[in-house]
Design a protein around this ligand. Structure first.
Ligand code: TIU
Length: 231
């Protein structure tokens, strides 16, 4: 199968149309919506919300090509039986995981705040991987789902850059997946962590992966010959 060159740092990414999935990390209402858990902790959700429009455009392109799309959500069972005590107590939060929040119980599956934002709702055929940790591979079926689809490359988008996106890129890299991160499709409550997180991915010759921007990725995809557009 041919590869196609995507402008990226530290050097161009050789995209394989037969083996490249879009992985959308934790675009959940509690992290992104005004009045949600993230904002209630004093964070400026606009820093994350700017990612919604470019991710939506990328999703539309992936769906039009019938390339694989997978989503993740961070959360826990209603009885919190899968929540480590260390995670529950971290930071002694005034409002913690499982407590009532502005959009239901915080980071609990089935609650409104746990859902993916309406702009990016998954469609039929797109797996939604519910994860307990920050990395999408830890204690999930993600690796099996990717292997079953012949996926070897991931375009990783979502929130937050230095937490769940970064952990997932590191996990994927160690499992042999090549990761491309469009910088405008990830965001952090801390702009300096966003920049540092992206710098770490592409440092040392791309130690964890590649960084691009979604307009460059989309422009390259639009130039693909039509015969190569389906996996
Ligand atoms: N999705 C994700 O990054 N979860 C987090 O806990 N992020 C924070 O920035 N806390």
């Amino acid at each position: 199968m041919n590869t196609f060159s995507i402008p990226a740092e530290p050097y161009d990414f050789a995209l394989r149309p037969d083996a490249c999935a879009l992985l959308v990390i934790d675009m959940q209402r509690d992290f992104l919506e005004p009045g949600g858990f993230g904002e209630s902790l004093g964070n400026d959700v606009s820093l994350l919300r700017r990612t919604i429009a470019p991710i939506r455009t990328l999703l539309a392109a992936w769906r039009a090509l019938a390339w694989p799309v997978l989503h993740t959500r961070e959360g826990h069972a209603p009885d919190l039986s899968d929540l480590h005590a260390s995670k529950r107590m971290r930071g002694s939060p005034s409002r913690g995981i499982g407590d009532p929040g502005p959009m239901g119980r915080i980071l609990v599956r089935g609650e409104p705040g746990h859902e993916i934002v309406p702009e990016l709702v998954p469609v039929a055929g797109e797996p939604v991987v519910d994860k307990r940790g920050k990395g999408a591979f830890y204690a999930t079926d993600l690796d099996v789902l990717l292997q079953a689809r012949g996926i070897r490359q991931l375009v990783v988008v979502g929130v937050t850059t230095e937490v769940c996106v970064h952990t997932t890129v590191r996990e994927a890299n160690d499992r042999g997946y090549e990761c491309l991160v469009p910088s405008d499709c990830t965001g952090s409550y801390f702009p300096e962590f966003h920049e540092a997180g992206l710098a770490m991915i592409k440092a040392q010759g791309g130690i964890f992966g590649w960084v691009t921007r979604s307009p460059e990725l989309l422009a390259a995809i639009e130039r693909l010959p039509s015969s190569t557009k389906s996996p």
